[in-house]
Design a protein around this ligand. Structure first.
Ligand SMILES: NC(=O)c1ccc[n+]([C@@H]2O[C@H](COP(=O)([O-])OP(=O)(O)OC[C@H]3O[C@@H](n4cnc5c(N)ncnc54)[C@H](OP(=O)(O)O)[C@@H]3O)[C@@H](O)[C@H]2O)c1
Length: 294
């Protein structure tokens, strides 16, 4: 089996439905087609998005226009259980990375997404009660059945990744990485991806949008000041500077963006054209940390 080839930017779906812009079928079809037209064919889901409704919104699109499926790669995630009216049996939020739950959840996601396979499946978060052998068995079964082509994890620490990866080879760790969240640079996550020759995927690569607009948060104000100066120097948007900052890392971080506006998706793709210097990179690092390097 070949390893997964990600598009340069992954399109996140978390904010497209009930948890964000609430696109109707026509709006979603236009957005997806516009993304495909510029070569962005990777769509990132999770069962919980929109309180378990966004996969189904996307599935309705694939049912309405089945030819779209073969043009795209679909990732979904599972293992988080959220209390919502749609899950009346849950009386608290919890994680469930058991084989039984993950397999059942993939079945549900396939049904919701109106597809018979997933390109990539991620365990959404480390479950404090997880057994890596149990997860590996679930992955093996899903692969043998042809229901999932590639596997990975999300929000795993390097040691958690390493243990599961030693039993079942993983193809990404999707973690929060941005100018506002730098843990992956410091805790070995990115180096581990480099060692394993896999691409890290970065959720909330623009800090979930909090780097834009008015704020009194001193850290964001420092980032905005340096970011806007660099944006003026390179004649690009602040979004492109902050994505170029991620793209400079040699682990080849793939951003998973969350905008629902196609102009902003296009702008994100154009971030590849801006090459920050090493000193500019560290200037933004310093702005975020609020102190110089040691
Ligand atoms: N694995 C996990 O645990 C996990 C957790 C969270 C998210 N995710 C994935 O990551 C994806 C992205 O997360 P995210 O949505 O937090 O990412 P993000 O791209 O950092 O933030 C998106 C937000 O920023 C706003 N935004 C983007 N560009 C902007 C600009 N130029 N000016 C002003 N506002 C701008 C967007 O608003 P507009 O829509 O108005 O542009 C949207 O509200 C999700 O869709 C999901 O697939 C994964």
């Amino acid at each position: 089996m070949n390893s997964i080839q990600f598009a340069p930017i992954i399109v996140g779906t978390m904010r497209l439905g009930e948890w964000g812009s609430k696109m109707n079928l026509i709006e979603l079809e236009k957005f997806v087609n516009d993304c495909l037209e510029i070569g962005l064919n990777d769509f990132d889901h999770a069962d919980i998005y929109g309180h378990y409704s966004t996969e189904n919104d996307f599935g309705k699109l694939l049912k309405h226009n089945p030819s779209l499926r073969q043009k795209m790669q679909i990732t979904t995630k599972g293992g988080i259980c959220l209390t919502t009216e749609r899950k009346p049996k849950f009386f608290t939020n919890f994680y469930n990375n058991t084989k039984t739950h993950l397999i059942q959840q993939v079945e549900d996601s396939l049904q919701n997404l109106e597809t018979d396979y997933l390109d990539l499946y991620l365990v959404h978060r480390p479950d404090f009660l997880m057994d890596p052998y149990d997860i590996a068995e679930a992955f093996s079964q899903l692969r043998t059945q042809g229901k999932v082509k590639h596997f990975g994890v999300s929000n795993f620490t390097p040691i958690q990744f390493d243990i599961l990866n030693s039993i079942f080879p993983l193809e990404t760790n999707q973690v929060e990485i941005s100018i506002t969240r730098q843990d992956a640079f410091e805790d070995g996550t990115l180096l581990q991806c480099q060692k394993n020759r896999i691409s890290p995927t970065a959720w909330s690569p623009l800090g979930g949008g909090k780097v834009f607009g008015k704020t009194e948060d001193q850290k964001i104000l420092r980032i905005q000041k340096v970011g806007i100066e660099l944006a003026e120097k390179y004649q690009v948007g602040l979004d492109q500077i902050l994505l170029a900052w991620l793209l400079k890392h040699p682990s080849r971080i793939i951003p998973v963006i969350g905008t629902s506006k196609i102009e902003r998706v296009k702008s994100a793709l154009d971030a590849y054209k801006t090459q920050l210097t090493r000193q500019e990179w560290y200037l933004l690092w310093k702005a975020s940390k609020g102190k110089d390097i040691d």
